[in-house]
Design a protein around this ligand. Structure first.
Ligand code: ADP
Ligand code: ADP
Length: 237
């Protein structure tokens, strides 16, 4: 059973059709990369998976979009709950202007995942460990997140996302704002996370797709033109 079953999806911005009849299954625990030229609809399609486009009034989504057996666009669907199950990491690292601890604790607090301070501490530590950040930040959890380097901020945003135990992590060009060393760290992290989560990553880089993904979906002018197993030509044996 696929994680997502997406059938005949169309997305409109007013009268403009940005996604044209796209059908795609996304498997549990696969990493799929969306690739294609700027403006082809990758980000628009990605945002359908957790209704991140809901706030755009002129944006209308048609077709059948299912997460497990649930209709993502069912009016009864609780969008906050959906976004905990299907988390999102953006191109530009966007930590809250709060402490490192509070960034990671934010979701677990909202969703009531920890009754005691010690439980919350444990979630924060585990999330930061999974994001490969714990050793770097354990002595300054009270420092402001916006004082970290860009790469650290992005890994913090990943820790914040996984702190609520999502099933899926969506990433919209997560390395585009990072330098090569920070990019390599985030790519390594994506490979580690792929053991535990379904990951959908938008990228404009074939090399990045080949390094991190199992399958690659090629978009062009709002169409999904091809889906293939990713050829790992750039990956060392
Ligand atoms: P990126 O390619 O880095 O995702 P964009 O410049 O495409 O950034 O988009 C940035 C923001 O502008 C997004 O929120 C997107 O929805 C919005 N946007 C993009 N294209 C248009 C458009 N034609 N009209 C209005 N808003 C747009
Ligand atoms: P990509 O992620 O592949 O760069 P987008 O999904 O951002 O492409 O954009 C697909 C198309 O939808 C583009 O023509 C873009 O201008 C348009 N678009 C994106 N966001 C908006 C928006 N908020 N309002 C109007 N048009 C938009």
């Amino acid at each position: 059973e696929p994680k997502f079953k997406l059938r005949d999806v169309e997305v409109f911005y007013g009268a403009d059709r940005a996604i044209k009849n796209v059908s795609l299954d996304i498997g549990k625990n696969e990493v799929i990369a969306f690739i294609g030229p700027s403006g082809c609809g990758k980000s628009t399609f990605l945002r359908c998976l957790n209704r991140m486009n809901d706030s755009i009034d002129i944006c209308k989504v048609k077709g059948s979009l299912q997460l497990d057996d649930q209709d993502i666009y069912d009016p009864r669907q609780d969008v906050v709950e959906l976004r905990a199950r299907v988390g999102m990491v953006f191109q530009k690292p966007n930590p809250f202007p709060k402490s490192i601890y509070d960034n990671v604790a934010y979701g677990p607090r909202i969703h009531g995942l920890a009754n005691r301070k010690s439980d919350l501490d444990e979630i924060v530590e585990n999330s930061l460990r999974k994001a490969g950040l714990w050793d770097e930040v354990k002595d300054r959890l009270d420092s402001t997140a916006t004082g970290m380097s860009g790469g650290q901020q992005q890994r913090l945003c990943i820790a914040r996302t996984i702190a609520v135990n999502p099933e899926v992590v969506l990433m919209d060009e997560p390395c585009s704002a990072l330098d090569p060393i920070a990019t390599a760290k985030v790519e390594e992290l994506i490979s580690e996370l792929s053991e535990s989560y379904t990951i959908v990553i938008v990228t404009h880089s074939m090399q990045q797709a080949s390094r991190v993904s199992d399958r690659t979906a090629y978009f062009h002018l709002g169409h999904l033109v091809e889906v293939n197993d990713t050829v790992k030509v750039f990956t060392a044996p």
